[in-house]
Ligand binder design. Structure first.
Ligand code: HEM
Length: 404
């Protein structure tokens, strides 16, 4: 008789109070029942190798419609909501906007912004790091790459938040209407205008210009596709980047020895960013659809079932990461799944790492360990979003604010 996935009741992945803090539960699953049935059509994969096997096979384990419960019109699908053959073809187009040199060219901007935001924090006796740094830097860098004016950053943050917290994320519509245009008419009009400006011969070299000049299936990208890709590029790196920085600074604020070590050895900064992403992934799981009957670890999976790939669990799989709960600098090449993997590996991973490194560099350069500390009455609350993991606020006090 074929093995069956173990059924577990009472775990609701779509309840953020559970999904962000499942470490004890997932540790036990990894040890005894690595593939768990959480509902009639939903299974959770707790081990790294199982997640990886699924990620590397986009034909058997698909993405179509992502988290949405309706069929999305093809042109309105983000890359994460597409399957082959459209996905690899459009992903190639998208990557022309994210060449290694182009991303590396953003470092100077990220450095200057990080220094300015950290300096503004250091000038006050009290600050709130999520809104004053973690929200701002990833968004500003993404917008800079896209070619959006910095002065519009606040507006875009508001639109991105509205979108990420709306029914659109699962219904593809809101009370205002269907799709991006119906649900967010102001945001859509703003993006369409940006795209139109990039059609001019003197348009600057940014990601939107590169996409406007690209061809897909022998034709320029349509207005709808361009708008959809812009939305994904703005929101894809927004709350994820915020949570990456929030998790990193929350740890540093609680562990002054770690702060001191990084300050004295800045060469450790890239490893620290990746280790934080491993231990505290901003996205705690991703979904895949089983496209045809198959098996995994001898367990039958039926077409139409959904798999939750437990990034939070896989990133602490003791088979891949010895001493998995420890923050270590010597783990070598990043094997963690914070950016997913395989065909849908995050397109913004190098941008996100650049942002993480510049934020951490600016922070440890400006503050001595212990000079900035969590407020005495601070209480951790996670962001109220089931898929995400990060602090909602980081209220801090600064021992000796610097005067300008
Ligand atoms: C710390 C920051 C980030 C994290 C943790 C993160 C996480 C992820 C994950 C887990 C996926 C895979 C989803 C899946 O397989 O279903 C993904 C895909 C993606 N990310 Fe990110 N991301 C981050 C930053 C960014 C940034 C800055 C951008 C854009 C500038 C971006 C754009 C994308 C895009 C376009 C995809 C879809 C790729 C595809 O489906 O082919 N991300 N991201």
């Amino acid at each position: 008789m074929a093995a069956a996935a173990t059924e577990v009741q009472g775990i609701d992945l779509f309840d953020y109070r559970q999904s962000q803090t499942m470490h004890d539960v997932t540790r036990a699953w990894r040890a005894s029942t690595p593939i768990v049935r959480l509902g009639p059509k939903l299974l959770y994969l707790a081990r790294w190798h199982d997640c990886w096997e699924v990620l590397r096979d986009p034909h058997t384990f698909g993405n179509a419609n992502g988290f949405k419960v309706v069929d999305i019109p093809e042109e309105e699908r983000s890359l994460g909501e597409m399957d082959p053959p459209r996905h690899p073809a459009l992903r190639r187009v998208m990557r022309t906007g994210f060449t290694r040199n182009f991303v590396a060219g953003q470092r100077e901007y990220a450095r200057v912004r990080a220094d300015a935001l950290v300096a503004a924090i250091a000038a006050q006796p009290k600050a709130e790091l999520v809104s004053e740094l973690c929200d701002r830097l990833p968004n500003d860098v993404s917008l800079h790459m896209l070619g959006v004016p910095e002065a519009d950053s606040h507006r875009i943050i508001e639109w991105a938040k509205e979108l990420l917290h709306s029914d659109w994320t699962w219904k593809h519509e809101t009370d205002r209407g269907f799709g991006i245009v119906g649900s967010f008419p102001e945001f859509s009009a703003y993006l369409d205008e940006l795209v139109d400006e990039r059609r001019r011969p003197d348009a600057p070299d940014d990601v939107i210009s590169r996409l406007v000049k690209s061809e897909f299936e022998g034709k320029p990208l349509t207005r709808t596709v361009l708008r959809t890709l812009c939305v994904q590029l703005i929101v894809g790196g927004f709350s994820t980047g915020t949570n990456m920085l929030g998790n990193l600074f929350y740890r540093l604020l609680r562990e002054p020895a770690l702060h001191a070590r990084i300050k004295s050895e800045p060469a450790l900064i890239p490893a620290a960013v990746d280790e934080s992403l491993r231990l505290d992934p901003p996205v705690v799981f991703i979904l895949r659809n089983v496209m045809r009957d198959t098996t995994l670890r001898g367990i039958p999976l039926a077409q139409g079932e959904r798999l939750a790939l437990g990034i939070l669990s896989a990133n602490r799989d003791e088979e891949i990461f010895p001493d998995p709960d420890a923050f270590r600098f010597d783990r070598g090449a990043a094997q963690h799944l914070a950016f997913g993997g395989g065909a849908h590996l995050c397109i913004g991973a190098s941008t996100a790492r650049l942002v993480g490194c510049e934020a951490l560099r600016a922070f440890v350069a400006r503050f001595e360990p212990g000079e900035i500390a969590l407020a005495p009455d601070y209480r951790y609350h996670g962001v109220p979003v089931f898929l995400e993991h990060g602090p909602e606020r980081l209220d801090v006090e600064i021992a000796r604010p610097t005067r300008h």
